[in-house]
Ligand binder design. Structure first.
Ligand code: BGC
Length: 450
């Protein structure tokens, strides 16, 4: 094995250790999270928006066909979902679209027109005339009704000109009309966290009417966020990516990343910038570039993937973590594909750093979950279910184990054992369909009881 110098190895160890967040600090972060939930709910400010969702827990008996638009990242999807009651949801048709980078900073109308065109293709292929539509808009938005959502800040690298302050439901409706699809009527706007929570509740209640619904919805993918059922306060969208109680544990790489980005601007989405898939590769890249400046290793700063911001992504981290060979052969192959020839010692260094970045993400996520759980039930006496979806959670080997392990470390195995974590893969479209169908059912119950 080609060795790195002792000082280079020590630098790797030191850098990896800088991503470690100890138990007491995590506990304090969880406490702060719970306090900020309370403050956000009574409108006392704080970094958690606690947005209303106008969504109630489903009965599990919802039925019908719902057109769904899912827009929450570089890609979007339009599809048709069929709810059969009894917890069943079937995606009948689905088409994905990718937004060109330039579109992310332009006017909003072309984005909505592109989405409407794909809705049109799905509708024609399925022979659909009139149908309700559920719109998953996975960015901060202040709902004023289930079908009115005013865009707040942008996240995940988007900055559409003049979007903030406008009703995204109205904009999608206008685009559908322009596309000749006026009979496809927007019935609900929802965040992806709420869709995950509601889908899980629909699934369990569909099988057993008295089953407890999910208490929390978590997305950990490109971005991150939580929704929670707060009883009398309803299901709220926390927009937890904006939680700022993590500033005390940032490394110099986090601080520089926060400073260098114009969207989300410095100070915004601090939690998301340390935790979610959009940023983990970039944190690792910055650490590697920095270590390359020191003695004895990682002299790859000219390699395009390392020289370019966001040249590494969280799928790279997942692949690095999945390599169990002694010589980290696949890490070597991955680096080669990025234009880097590495020594085995360097590969071990990359492996350790990537693992440290992902481990910190999982531990901070556990702290945010614990803050939410404690707000609901300070002693964690009752069983609660967290519905989770997202590419980082689903794609990074062992992520769930890291989160579970951290919860047990923080509250002990007995209390942690009362927390059920349910991975609801591809929950967004199906969950949104349930939200629209549940709202329709509640409306008709309202009419018949009036
Ligand atoms: C958005 C949230 C969304 C989360 C996960 C964040 O960037 O602000 O609304 O739920 O990403 O997609």
């Amino acid at each position: 094995m080609t060795a790195m110098s002792t000082s280079a190895e020590a630098a790797v160890t030191r850098t990896a250790a800088s991503f470690e967040v100890g138990t007491a600090v995590l506990d304090a972060i969880a406490g702060d999270f719970a306090v900020q939930i309370a403050r956000g709910l009574v409108g006392e400010g704080g970094s958690l928006k606690m947005l209303r969702t106008f969504t109630r827990q489903p009965s599990g008996r919802e039925r019908g066909r719902v057109v769904v638009v899912d827009w929450g990242g570089t890609k979007a999807r339009a599809g048709l979902v069929e709810l059969g009651g009894g917890g069943s949801a079937r995606i009948v048709a689905e088409e994905a679209l990718t937004f060109p980078d330039a579109m992310k900073r332009g006017a909003p109308e072309p984005v909505f027109d592109l989405i409407a065109r794909v809705v049109g293709r799905v509708a024609r292929a399925e022979g659909l005339g009139a149908a309700p539509l559920a719109f998953v808009y996975s960015y901060p938005a202040r709902l004023e009704r289930l079908d009115r959502a005013v865009a707040l800040a942008s996240t995940k690298g988007w900055r559409l000109q003049g979007l903030v302050g406008r009703d995204v439901a109205e904009m999608l409706t206008a685009a559908l009309e322009r596309a000749g699809l006026a009979r496809i009527r927007l019935a609900a706007v929802a965040n992806d966290t709420v869709a995950a929570l509601v889908l899980r509740s629909y699934q369990v209640r569909g099988r057993e009417a008295e089953a407890s619904p999910a208490a929390i919805g978590l997305i950990l993918g490109t971005g991150t966020n939580l929704a929670a059922d707060l009883g009398p306060a309803g299901i709220r969208n926390l927009e937890s990516g904006n939680f700022d109680g993590v500033a005390g544990v940032e490394t110099p790489y986090d601080a520089a990343l926060d400073r260098d980005l114009d969207e989300p601007p410095p100070g915004a989405q601090r939690f998301e910038k340390m935790v979610s898939g959009h940023y983990l590769g970039e944190i690792l890249r910055r650490a590697l570039v920095d270590l390359g400046r020191g003695p004895g290793g990682f002299r790859w700063s000219a390699a395009p993937a390392l020289a370019t911001p966001f040249g590494l992504d969280s799928a790279h981290l997942s692949r690095i973590a999945a390599d169990r060979t002694a010589g980290l052969d696949d890490v070597g192959a991955l680096l080669r594909s990025l234009g880097v020839e590495s020594t085995p010692a360097e590969r071990h260094g990359v492996h350790a750093l990537a693992a440290a970045v992902a481990r910190r993400s999982a531990r901070l996520v556990a702290a945010a979950l614990l803050g939410t759980l404690r707000f609901l039930d300070p002693r964690l006496d009752d069983r609660r279910t967290i519905a989770v979806d997202g590419s980082l959670w689903g794609g990074y080997p062992g992520f769930e184990g890291l989160v579970r392990g951290t919860l047990a470390e923080l509250v002990g195995p007995a209390r942690a054992g009362r927390v059920e974590i349910a991975f609801v893969k591809d929950s967004t479209s199906a969950g949104a369909a349930v939200i629209a169908a549940a709202a329709a059912a509640q409306r008709s119950e309202g009419c018949s009881s009036a």
